[in-house]
Design a protein around this ligand. Structure first.
Ligand code: EPU
Length: 420
C-alpha cells in the first residue's frame, strides 16, 4: 500500500488551485439518474469516491466516459434498479441513488451502508422521508427495497438536518405528484448546487439553502450540463496549512462565501486572511492563539474541518476546547495525533487541546478522510519525518494532494507500495 512521507518544518508559500467538490459532484451525478439523456459535468475532481459513483451509475445501465475533468453520462438506457453491496460498501454516499432510482424506475434496491469510522451514520431519515412520500420500504437481506408507482408530495420534518438525506428527498420529490416541503433541511452549499442543477433540468425547487425547501413536482425532466462548485473543505484544509506553517498561501478558484465560518475562526486564531473575488490568502505571520470550536450543520463550523483545526490548536498558545456535535465518534484522529506529541484529552464530545507543543514526526495511520488530512497537516509542521499509511482514505477526497503541497514548498512524497 502507498504511503505519504513528509519531512516537516517547511513554511508553505505560493498558490494552490482548488478542485471541484466531491460532496457536490456525488449528488449531482446521482441526479442524472432522474431522466434519460446525455449529461455533461465539468470540474469533476479525480478522486476515488467519484470513480465509485461513476462505477455505480454504469452498473445501473448508464454509459459513462471521462476526459480530464469532464464526465459525460448517458442515462438513456438506465434500467437496473439495484445498487449492489460491493459498491455501496466502498462509499456510504452511494445511498444517493435511492431517491432518483425510485422516482424514475418506481423501484429501487440499494444495499444498506455498513458501519463507519466516524459514527453510526444511520439512514433512517432518508427512509422515513421517502415513506412519507408514499414509498413502500422494506429492509431485507441487507438491502433497502423501495417501491412506489408515483411518489406523492408531502411535508417532511427532519429530526436532524441531514445533508445526503435532504439531497435524496429533494431529488425524489422533483417527479412526485404535488408539492413537497422539506423542513429542518440541511443548508450546505452542495444542496444549493444540486437544486440549481435540478432546476436547470426543469424541476421547480425554491428556497434551497434555507431550512424549508419547497419542491413542486413536475411531469418530466431534461438532461443538462453542469459545473461542479469548488471544494470548500479542500480550500479550508490549505488555509489551515498556511496558518499552521506560518506561511503565505494563496488559495485560488474557491468560493469564499462558503467558507465564512472557517475564515472567521482562522482570523480569531490570529491568522491574517484576505479575500479577493474567488481567492483567499492566508498569511500566518503572527503566533496562533487558542480558540474554542464547535462543529454544527452549515452555516456553522463544518465537522469536516474539525480534525484540521485540532492540529492548529495543538501548536497554538493556550488551551482550546473543540466540541463535535454532528458525529458521535469523530475524534479517531486523536490517538494518532498523540503519537506525534500533541496533548489532547477527550471527554465525551469535547476534546481539550493543550497547545504550545512541538510536534515530532512519526509513523501514523490514516483512519478516515478528514482524519488523514489532519495527519498530513501535523506532518508538515512536525520536526522530522512522518510516514502516513492507509492513504487510500486521502485519495477518496483530496485531488493530487502531494503535488499541491509540493507546489507550496512542502517536502512531501508518495511512496508506492509502502517501500522506502
Ligand atoms: N443522521 C441520522 N439519520 C439519518 C441521516 C443522518 O441520524 O438518516 C445523523 C448522522 O448520523 C449524523 C448527522 O445526522 O450524526 C448528520 O449527518 P448527515 O446525514 O448530514 O451526513 P451525510 O449526509 O452522511 C455529509 C457529507 C459528509 C459530512 C456530513 C456533515 C457527503 C457525501 N458527505 O454526510 O462528508 O461530514 O455531511 O456535514 O456529502 C467527508 O467528506 O469527509 C464527509 C464525511
Amino acid at each position: 500500500m502507498d504511503e505519504i512521507v513528509i519531512n516537516g518544518g517547511k513554511s508553505l508559500a505560493g498558490e494552490v488551485a482548488i478542485s471541484g467538490a466531491k460532496n457536490a459532484a456525488l449528488p449531482m451525478i446521482a441526479a442524472s439518474i432522474l431522466t434519460g439523456g446525455v449529461f455533461s459535468f465539468s470540474n469533476v475532481p479525480a478522486l476515488k469516491d467519484i470513480k465509485t459513483i461513476l462505477a455505480l451509475i454504469s452498473c445501473l445501465g448508464a454509459e459513462v466516459s471521462r476526459e480530464e475533468d469532464t464526465a459525460v453520462i448517458d442515462t438513456s438506457n438506465l434500467s437496473v434498479f439495484e445498487a449492489p453491496y460491493d459498491l455501496v460498501r466502498q462509499m456510504r454516499a452511494s445511498i444517493l441513488v435511492l431517491g432518483p432510482l425510485l422516482a424514475r424506475l418506481k423501484k429501487a434496491r440499494v444495499s444498506l451502508p455498513g458501519g463507519c469510522a466516524i459514527g453510526a451514520r444511520p439512514i433512517n431519515l432518508h427512509l422515513k422521508g421517502l415513506a412519507r412520500l408514499g414509498a413502500d420500504i422494506k429492509l431485507e437481506h441487507g438491502y433497502v427495497e423501495a417501491s412506489a408507482d408515483r411518489l406523492v408530495g408531502d411535508e417532511i420534518f427532519f429530526d436532524i438536518p441531514t445533508v445526503t438525506g435532504t439531497e435524496n428527498l429533494m431529488m425524489a420529490a422533483t417527479l412526485a405528484k404535488g408539492t413537497t416541503v422539506l423542513r429542518n433541511a440541511a443548508r450546505e452549499p452542495e444542496i444549493v448546487a444540486l437544486a440549481d442543477m435540478l432546476n436547470n433540468m426543469g424541476a421547480e425547487i425554491s428556497d434551497a439553502g434555507t431550512p424549508a425547501i419547497t419542491i413542486r413536482g413536475v411531469e418530466g425532466l431534461n438532461p443538462v450540463s453542469a459545473e461542479i462548485i469548488p471544494d470548500r473543505i479542500e480550500a479550508g484544509t490549505y488555509m489551515v496549512a498556511g496558518a499552521l506553517t506560518q506561511g503565505r498561501v494563496l488559495i485560488k478558484d474557491c468560493e469564499p462565501d462558503h467558507l465564512k465560518a472557517v475564515i472567521s475562526k482562522l482570523r480569531e486564531a490570529g491568522a491574517d486572511v484576505s479575500v479577493s473575488g474567488k481567492n483567499i490568502e492566508v498569511h500566518g505571520n503572527t503566533p496562533i492563539k487558542s480558540i474554542d470550536i464547535k462543529t454544527l450543520p452549515y452555516p456553522g463550523f463544518p465537522t469536516d474541518m474539525q480534525a484540521q483545526f485540532m492540529v492548529l490548536m495543538a501548536v497554538a498558545g493556550g488551551l482550546s476546547v473543540i466540541s463535535e456535535t454532528v458525529f458521535e465518534n469523530r475524534f479517531i484522529h486523536v490517538s494518532e495525533l498523540k503519537r506525534m506529541g500533541t496533548d489532547i484529552a477527550i471527554s465525551g464530545s469535547h476534546a481539550m487541546v493543550k497547545g504550545g507543543k512541538r510536534l515530532s514526526g512519526a509513523p501514523v495511520m490514516a483512519t478516515d478522510l478528514r482524519a488523514s488530512a489532519s495527519l498530513v497537516l501535523a506532518g508538515l509542521v512536525a520536526e522530522g519525518t512522518t510516514r502516513i499509511s492507509r492513504i487510500y482514505h486521502l485519495d477518496r477526497g483530496y485531488e493530487r494532494l502531494e503535488e499541491k503541497f509540493s507546489g507550496l514548498g512542502a517536502d512531501i512524497r508518495r511512496v508506492p507500495g509502502g517501500g522506502a
